[in-house]
Design a protein around this ligand. Structure first.
Ligand SMILES: Nc1nc2c(ncn2[C@@H]2O[C@H](COP(=O)(O)OP(=O)(O)O)[C@@H](O)[C@H]2O)c(=O)[nH]1
Ligand SMILES: [Mg+2]
Length: 458
C-alpha cells in the first residue's frame, strides 16, 4: 500500500489540454469517484482511454449541482506504468483553475500533492529506472539541442549505466581474487597477490579516466558555453551581439559609452548553445556608472569560456592587444566594410598567435566564419569521444573521479609492499563511488536532492 500522489503533468498555464496524473494504490478508485461514464475505470483493462465527464464541486447534498468537465482518462495498471504503480492520467481542458480544481478534488478524496520529481522517484525506487536513468529523464526534459537530446537518451537507455556496471563487475572480480588471497597463509603468494591484479586495475582506471574525460564535451552539450564580447567603446560590440543573435537586443549608438550593463542573448551555434554577453567598453572614465560597467565587463570576461576582443578596422588608433591575448581569446576586427589597410596590418601584427576574424556587423560579412571559429574554440577543449556517449552531469564526473582516486591508491599499494587488506579497502571505496552513479550506494539525502531538481508532476 503506497499513498497516492497527484500533480499536474503538463506545464501550468492555459493550453489545449491539461493532464493531471495520479499514482498509487488508490489512483483508480479516487479517479473513479469523480468519473461519470457508463463504464467504471475499475473495470477498464490496463492501457485504455475512457471518455466521460468529471464531477467537480459536486456536493453530496445536491448531486449534479457542480461543474462537469469533459475528459479522457487513461488507466495504466501496476506494474506496467511509469511508476510501476497504478497510474491514472486525466486529460481535461487546459485551464489553470480547472486543472487545479481537478487536483483539489483528488486531494479531497485522499490523494496527496506530489513532491517535485516524485513520480520519477517512485519509478526509481520501484526498480524501473536506475538513478542515472532517472536523472536522464530530467536531462531529456531540459535538452535544448539535438546533441543534448542524444546524450540524454544515451543515459536514459542505460548506455552509461551499462558501462558503469561493467566496470563494477570487473572491479568486483579483482576484489574477489584479492580477498581469496587474504584467507590464505601470508607466505602463500600467487593466489590473490594484489600485484597480480595491477594490470587489470590499471585498465579499469584508464577506462574511468576516459569516461571522466568525456565530461568536458558533455557539459558543453548540456549546459552550453558563455562568450564575452569586450573591447574599447564604439568598435561595434553591441552591433556584433545583435548581428549574431539576429535580433535587436542591445542599444547601438555612435555615442561612446552607450552600453553600461551586461546585455545577454543566446544563440545555437550548430548544436552548441552559446550565451553571448555584450559588455561596456573598456576605457578610463570619470563616470561612476560606466566604471561599474567596465568592472562587470572584466568579470564577464574572466567567467567566459571564450572572449571576443573586438576592434575597429576603420579606427584611428588600433587598440593595443597585448594585455588580452591568451586564454581562449579571439580577435574580431569589425567594420570591414570601411576598413583601412594600415589599421588592419597593425592589428594583425599585434595579434600574435591569437586567431583573428574579420567581420562587418553592419553587412553581416564574415559572421558565419566567426561563429564557426567560436564553436571550434569551444570544442577544442572538449573533444568528441570516438566511441560511446558522454557524461553530462557533474555528479557523475565527480563520482568517477573519486573512483579513479581510490583506484590509483589501490594500485600504488598493490605495486608496493602494502598489505592486501588496504588494497581491498580502496577497491571497495572505488566500487561505492561507481555505485553512487546508478543509485546502489547513493545516500538518501542525495537522492532526494536529485529529484528535487525536477518539476512537480514529472
Ligand atoms: N560601418 C560600420 N559601422 C558599424 C559596424 N558595427 C557597428 N558600427 C557602428 O559603430 C557605432 C558603435 O556601435 P556599437 O555597436 O554601439 O558599439 P559598441 O560601443 O562597441 O557597443 C554605431 O554607430 C554603429 O552603427 C560595422 O560593421 N560597420
Ligand atoms: Mg555597446
Amino acid at each position: 500500500m503506497t499513498d497516492t500522489i497527484v500533480a499536474l503533468a503538463t506545464p501550468s498555464g492555459e493550453g489545449g489540454i491539461a493532464i493531471v496524473r495520479l499514482s498509487g494504490t488508490r489512483a483508480i478508485s479516487i479517479a473513479d469517484s469523480l468519473f461519470r461514464a457508463p463504464r467504471r475505470l475499475a473495470d477498464a483493462p490496463t492501457h485504455t482511454l475512457l471518455y466521460g465527464r468529471l464531477a467537480l464541486n459536486d456536493s453530496a447534498a445536491s448531486p449534479g449541482s457542480g461543474v462537469f468537465d469533459e475528459v479522457l482518462v487513461s488507466v495504466m495498471r501496476a506494474p506496467r506504468s511509469y511508476t510501476r504503480e497504478d497510474v491514472v492520467e486525466i486529460n481535461c481542458h487546459g485551464g489553470i483553475r480547472l486543472a487545479d480544481e481537478v487536483i483539489r478534488a483528488c486531494v479531497s478524496l485522499g490523494a496527496r500533492r506530489a513532491e517535485r520529481g516524485e513520480f520519477t522517484e517512485r519509478a526509481f525506487l520501484n526498480g524501473r529506472l536506475d538513478l542515472a536513468q532517472a536523472e536522464a529523464v530530467l536531462d531529456l526534459v531540459k535538452a535544448r539541442t539535438k546533441d543534448a537530446l542524444s546524450a540524454a537518451y544515451y543515459e536514459l537507455n542505460g548506455g552509461l549505466s551499462a558501462r558503469i556496471n561493467a566496470l563494477r563487475d570487473r572491479l568486483t572480480a579483482s576484489l574477489a581474487r584479492i580477498e581469496t588471497g587474504l584467507e590464505f597463509d601470508e607466505e602463500d603468494l600467487g593466489v590473490g597477490d594484489p600485484r597480480a591484479e595491477s594490470a587489470a586495475l590499471r585498465e579499469i582506471l584508464s577506462e574511468i579516466s576516459a569516461l571522466v574525460g568525456t565530461y568536458a564535451r558533455g557539459r558543453l552539450i548540456a549546459e552550453g558555453a558563455s562568450v564575452a564580447i569586450i573591447g574599447p567603446p564604439n568598435v561595434g560590440k553591441s552591433s556584433l551581439l545583435n548581428a549574431i543573435l539576429g535580433e535587436d537586443r542591445a542599444i547601438v549608438s555612435h555615442i561612446p559609452g552607450t552600453t553600461r550593463d551586461l546585455v545577454e542573448g543566446e544563440a545555437d551555434l550548430d548544436g552548441v548553445r552559446v550565451r553571448f554577453v555584450d559588455t561596456a567598453g573598456l576605457r578610463e572614465t570619470g563616470d561612476a556608472v560606466e566604471r561599474e560597467g567596465t568592472k562587470r565587463a572584466g568579470r564577464a570576461a574572466s567567467a567566459a569560456d571564450v572572449v571576443l576582443l573586438v576592434c575597429d578596422g576603420s579606427g584611428e588608433i588600433p587598440w593595443d592587444l597585448t594585455p588580452v591575448s591568451g586564454r581562449n581569446a579571439i580577435i574580431v576586427i569589425n567594420k570591414m566594410d570601411k576598413a583601412r589597410n594600415e589599421v588592419l596590418s597593425v592589428l594583425s601584427a599585434s595579434a600574435g598567435s591569437t586567431p583573428v576574424f574579420r567581420v562587418s556587423a553592419l553587412s553581416g560579412e564574415g559572421l558565419d566564419t566567426l561563429c564557426r571559429g567560436i564553436r571550434d574554440a569551444l570544442c577544442a577543449d572538449a573533444p568528441e569521444p570516438k566511441t560511446g556517449g558522454v557524461i553530462i552531469r557533474a555528479r557523475h564526473a565527480d563520482a568517477l573521479s573519486a573512483a579513479g582516486s581510490h583506484l590509483e591508491r589501490a594500485l600504488d599499494e598493490a605495486t608496493g609492499q602494502t598489505r592486501s587488506e588496504l588494497v581491498a579497502a580502496d577497491i571497495r571505496l572505488a566500487l561505492d563511488a561507481l555505485g553512487s552513479i546508478t543509485g546502489e550506494t547513493t545516500p538518501e539525502d542525495i537522492i532526494r536532492r536529485i529529484f528535487s531538481e525536477f518539476c512537480v508532476g514529472k
